[in-house]
Write a protein that binds this ligand. Structure first.
Ligand SMILES: NC(=O)C1=CN([C@@H]2O[C@H](COP(=O)(O)OP(=O)(O)OC[C@H]3O[C@@H](n4cnc5c(N)ncnc54)[C@H](O)[C@@H]3O)[C@@H](O)[C@H]2O)C=CC1
Ligand SMILES: O=C(O)[C@H]1O[C@H](OP(=O)(O)OP(=O)(O)OC[C@H]2O[C@@H](n3ccc(=O)[nH]c3=O)[C@H](O)[C@@H]2O)[C@H](O)[C@@H](O)[C@@H]1O
Length: 432
């Protein structure tokens, strides 16, 4: 099939590269000329393990990028993989989606055969049918079901595991109101389902349900982490090992072992944005989402608890303090909504002299905090520090040992249960 993907960011590039790998012809549209040039040169415009190889194999060949929407006309189906960032009130900003829908409508106006438009971006229930479809109708002069069709197909991959998650998903959710759209999407995914290591469930559902499934998935996972964090905080007060508790409750298959790592909480480009959006959407309909409010409140408290623990051990004013880890999770250089930011802010309020280290996210953080010191290694960050705060659970932090000996005062405050308590360090942790 000929598939087009509008937007070549984390999601767009990943799905475009995989569709090409699965044998489809892929046209990628992006407004950013540098992104388009990278794709056509066989280079990945984003950092994701394994993507360089796929781009080298297909970029400029089975996968061709362009800034020209007219190139979409030759495809059977177009995925919209555009950003849906937060407005100040938590609702989603649909400006990129609306602009793309209008451009797509202009193309569909000139097309003789049927075209399927698939919303891949995360959008609030009702957006696809009530905002995106009417824009395409206005621009194309055609109506849904007569000239073009519309569907919603949310994405569940994680950054850092994007390729593996996309090629071997737990589920593929197809939200559509007409059989032909469902049949076309099933044909797009057929080679993926055949090649998948597991046996992905195909969930055929309504468009609004598909939109909601995505928010429910992320809200559930964020709440699961906040719940284990709340339980971990109570464990800490009673001198109970929160990780032993988590391992035991994980044996109940109704709970399972995933997303039970308590600590500094969740960040990233999606949990904060998506939980904010579904809370705002609930309030828009006069529903008070008390549990989701609490999910965020617990998450916001965790960095403060880490800083309180630090205060219990030492006064850091004028002292060198190491911030260990800046990315929102290991395996990525993404610092969006990272817990490192409230930790850095708290240290600045305390007049600490910050030295930060992350294996890959330093340059991104330097743009936001140009005035703090950045170390090139964990050992360099620890040297001469009066305290070290562990923010991201990078594996290399678990291997630190003699490096602690170079600290001025060996106060280690662990936000991610990544350092083993041992002789020679004054250890404290959020959940231990
Ligand atoms: N990043 C992730 O891990 C996941 C993201 N999502 C959702 O997928 C959607 C896309 O997110 P990302 O890929 O992370 O976004 P991104 O910000 O990485 O990439 C978006 C791309 O769209 C391009 N763009 C913006 N306006 C355009 C327009 N009018 N026409 C053509 N291209 C345009 C930008 O130049 C950029 O390359 C969001 O709704 C997000 O919530 C869903 C699951 C996972
Ligand atoms: O909608 C999205 O963009 C994606 O959001 C998350 O993926 P991602 O943000 O890449 O990262 P996760 O691995 O889910 O981690 C999110 C945050 O939770 C934290 N976390 C996770 C698990 C855990 O046990 N404890 C914990 O604190 C991580 O440190 C991280 O800050 C979801 O896992 C994906 O399914 C979804 O597609």
């Amino acid at each position: 099939m000929h598939v087009s993907v509008v937007g070549s960011g984390y999601i767009g590039t990943t799905i475009a590269a995989w569709f090409a790998e699965l044998g489809h012809t892929v046209t990628n549209v992006d407004i950013d000329e540098d992104v388009v040039a990278a794709v056509n040169n066989g280079e990945a415009p984003i950092h994701e393990p394994g993507l360089d190889e796929l781009m080298a194999a297909h970029g400029g060949d089975a996968l061709v990028a362009t800034t020209d929407y007219d190139e979409v006309a030759g495809s059977d189906v177009t995925f919209l993989a555009l950003p849906t960032p937060s407005n100040d009130d938590g609702s989603i900003d649909l400006s990129a989606m609306k602009a793309a829908a209008e451009s797509l409508g202009d193309v569909i106006a000139e097309k003789d055969d049927d075209h399927l438009v698939v919303v891949k971006s995360t959008v609030i229930p009702g957006t696809t049918a009530e905002t995106i479809a009417p824009i395409i109708e206005d621009a194309s002069g055609k109506t849904v079901g007569e000239g073009f069709r519309i569907a919603m197909n949310p994405e569940f991959l994680r950054e850092g595991f994007a390729l593996d998650d996309f090629k071997d998903p737990d589920k593929i959710v197809i939200g559509a109101e007409d059989d032909q759209a469902v049949e076309t999407l099933n044909r797009v995914y057929e080679p993926l389902v055949e090649a998948a290591a597991g046996d992905p469930a195909i969930v055929e559902t309504g468009i609004r349900e598909a939109e909601m499934i995505k928010y429910a998935n992320n809200a559930f996972l964020a709440t699961k982490v906040s719940l284990i964090n709340e339980l971990g905080n109570i464990c800490k007060e009673y001198g109970v090992d929160a990780y032993e508790v988590a391992d035991a409750i994980a044996l109940d298959h109704r709970i399972d072992e995933h997303f039970l790592r308590s600590g500094l909480g969740w960040g990233g480009s999606c949990f904060p944005k998506d939980v904010a959006a579904i809370r705002a959407a609930a309030r828009d309909r006069d529903y008070d989402p008390v549990l989701l409010d609490a999910t965020v409140e617990v998450n916001d408290r965790q960095p403060e608890r880490l800083l309180d623990l630090l205060d219990d051990h030492t006064d850091v004013a004028g002292k060198r303090v190491a911030v260990m880890g800046l990315a929102f999770k290991p395996g990525t250089d993404d610092i969006r909504y990272t817990r490192a930011v409230p930790v850095i802010e708290g240290l600045l309020e305390r007049d600490a002299e910050i030295v930060a280290y992350d294996p890959v996210a330093t340059e991104n953080m330097r743009e936001q905090y140009p005035d703090i010191t950045y170390a090139d290694s964990a050992a360099e960050a620890l040297e001469g520090a009066s305290a070290a705060l562990f923010v991201t659970d990078w594996d290399e932090f678990g291997a630190l040992d003699a490096e602690f000996e170079a600290m001025a005062e060996p106060v280690v405050i662990d936000g991610r249960r990544i350092v083993e308590p041992r002789d020679g360090i004054e250890y404290d942790g959020l959940t231990w």
